[in-house]
Design a protein around this ligand. Structure first.
Ligand code: NZQ
Ligand code: ZN
Length: 406
C-alpha cells in the first residue's frame, strides 16, 4: 500500500514541476551570522565592536548569572574596551514594560548595539527595544496599531535555551498584561546580526523547560509540514529529519542535561525549524501558535506547554479523508509506523504517538484544565485567536472550530 501512496505523492510532485499544480516562487534570505560551538565567545568583542562602543546587555531573571555566562560575557566586553549598560528582569512571556524600559535606555544612553543573552523571551523583547529605540511612539503601537517596523538598532544574541529560534529569525512575541494580549510580529530589520550558539549554555535548562522547548521546535515544523498544498519534497524530508532529531534527543537531554550531543542537536534544530528555510513557497497561516498565544496571554502558560496540549487535538480535528495522506506520510516517515497499515489507522496512530511523546516521554500536562485554563474563557479566546475571522491554515478554522479544539 505504501508504494501507490508514494507514487501518488511523486505524481503530485511531477504535476508541480510541470506547473500543473501550484508551487509558489519564494525568496530565501537569512543574513544572520552564526558562531556555533563551545569556543566561540572570544569573537564576541570583535562582533560587537563592528557596530559601535556602547552596548546594552539584556537578560532575564538571573539564570545567566547562575551558569557563569554573565561573567564570561562581561569579561569579553571589558577586554574589547566597550562601554556596558544593562537591563535585567525580562520575564517569560516578555512584557511590553521591559520593551519600553529598554527602548528608553537606548535613547538616553545612545546605545549602539544590543546584546541579548537568555531564552526566547529575552531575545524577543530585545528586538523590540531595538526597534522602539528608533521611533517616537510607544512600542506597543507595533502590536496594537500595527505601526511599521522599518528600523532597529543592531542586535546580537546568545540564546541559552533551544526552543524559539529567535536567534535566527526576525520575529518576536510580546505580552501586555493590562490588555491581556500576547501578539507576535516580525520584520527583516529585527533579524539579529550575529548569534552565538553554544550548546553548553543550555546544560542548565531544567527538565520542564527542555520539554517545552522541544515541543516548540516540533510545533514550528508541524505548522509548516501540515499544509493545504504540497511544496518541495526535499523540504518535507528535511522537516521529517528535524522532527526525528527532536524525538531522539529531547529525552536524552532531559535525562542527561550535560549531554553535548543532545543539546547541540536540539539547539541547531531549533534555529532551522524557524529561520524561513523550511517554508519554501508555502504561504498558509499557522494554526496552533495563534491559538496558544491566547492561553499564554490569559493564563501566562509556558508557550511549549500550551502547544503540547493543543497540537494533537488540532491534528485530530483536521483529520479527514482529504488530509489523511499527509498524516500517513508523517506517521510512516517520522514515527516509523508500518506503511502497510491502512492510512486512516496510520493517521490516528501518528497522533497517538505524538501525544505519547509530549505527555509520557516529555512528561507534560495533557489537559488545559490541569494547566489552569477555564472553559468560561474558551469562546473569548477562540474569537481573538482567529481575529473574528478565519485562520487559513491546514484546515480553515473559525471561532467555533477553535472552541471545539479547546
Ligand atoms: O529568566 P531566566 O532567569 O533567564 O530563566 C529562564 C526562564 O525562567 C529559563 N532559562 C533560560 N535559559 C536557561 C534558563 N534556566 C536555566 N539555564 C538556562 N540556560 O527558562 C525560562 C523560560 O525562558 P523563556 O525565554 O521564556 O523561554 P523560551 O526560550 O521558550 O521563550 C519563550 C518565548 O518566546 C516566544 C514565546 O511565545 C514565548 O514568549 N516565541 C518566540 C518566537 C520567535 N521569536 O520566533 C517563536 C515562538 O513560537 C514563540 O512564540
Ligand atoms: Zn513557538
Amino acid at each position: 500500500q505504501f508504494i501507490p501512496r508514494l507514487q501518488k505523492w511523486e505524481s503530485s510532485c511531477r504535476k508541480m514541476i510541470k506547473g500543473e499544480q501550484k508551487m509558489n516562487d519564494f525568496i530565501y534570505h537569512n543574513p544572520v551570522k552564526v558562531y556555533f560551538g563551545k569556543n566561540q565567545l572570544c569573537h564576541l568583542g570583535e562582533e560587537l565592536s563592528k557596530f559601535g562602543k556602547r552596548v546594552l546587555l539584556t537578560y532575564g531573571g538571573g539564570s545567566i548569572k547562575k551558569i557563569g555566562l554573565y561573567d564570561k560575557v562581561k569579561s569579553e566586553i571589558k577586554k574589547s574596551g566597550l562601554e556596558l549598560f544593562e537591563l535585567s528582569g525580562i520575564q517569560p512571556n516578555p512584557r511590553i514594560d521591559s520593551v519600553r524600559k529598554g527602548a528608553q535606555i537606548c535613547k538616553d544612553k545612545k546605545i549602539d548595539v544590543l546584546l541579548a543573552v537568555g531564552g526566547g523571551s529575552t531575545l524577543d523583547a530585545t528586538k523590540y527595544m531595538a526597534a522602539g529605540a528608533c521611533v517616537d511612539f510607544d512600542p506597543w503601537d507595533f502590536f496594537s496599531k500595527w505601526a511599521p517596523i522599518e528600523k532597529a538598532l543592531p542586535v546580537i544574541t546568545i540564546p541559552t535555551l533551544a526552543a524559539t529560534g529567535s536567534e535566527m529569525n526576525g520575529g518576536g512575541v510580546i505580552s501586555n498584561p493590562e490588555t491581556k494580549e500576547k501578539i507576535g510580529r516580525s520584520s527583516p530589520v529585527l533579524l539579529p546580526k550575529v548569534s552565538f550558539l553554544d550548546p553548553t549554555n543550555t546544560f542548565t535548562v531544567n527538565s520542564y523547560h527542555t520539554a517545552c522547548g522541544s515541543v516548540d521546535i516540533m510545533s514550528h515544523i508541524i505548522e509548516v509540514y501540515f499544509a493545504p498544498e504540497p511544496d518541495l519534497y526535499m523540504l518535507d524530508t528535511i522537516m521529517e529529519g528535524l522532527m526525528r532529531t527532536v524525538i531522539k534527543y529531547a529525552p536524552i537531554a532531559m535525562k542527561e542535561p550535560d549531554n553535548y550531543e543532545a543539546r547541540a542537536n536540539l539547539m541547531w534544530s531549533s534555529s532551522w525549524a524557524i529561520n524561513g528555510f523550511i517554508d519554501g513557497g508555502k504561504q498558509h497561516e499557522w494554526s496552533c501558535h495563534p491559538i496558544e498565544h491566547e492561553l499564554s496571554a490569559i493564563y501566562d502558560i509556558t508557550h511549549g506547554l500550551g502547544l503540547a496540549i493543543l497540537t494533537p487535538r488540532w491534528l485530530e480535528y483536521c483529520l479527514d479523508e482529504h488530509s489523511v495522506e499527509k498524516y500517513y506520510q508523517f506517521g510512516t516517515n517520522v514515527f516509523g509506523i508500518d506503511p502497510n497499515i491502512e492510512p486512516m489507522t496510520v493517521a490516528k496512530k501518528s497522533i497517538d504517538m505524538l501525544s505519547e511523546f509530549f505527555f509520557d516521554t516529555l512528561g507534560l500536562e495533557s489537559s488545559l484544565s490541569k494547566a489552569g485554563a477555564q472553559e468560561k474563557d474558551f469562546s473569548f479566546m477562540a474569537k481573538r485567536a482567529c481575529r473574528g475571522g478565519i485562520i487559513k491554515g491546514f484546515k480553515p478554522l473559525g471561532q467555533k472550530d477553535i472552541e471545539e479544539i479547546f
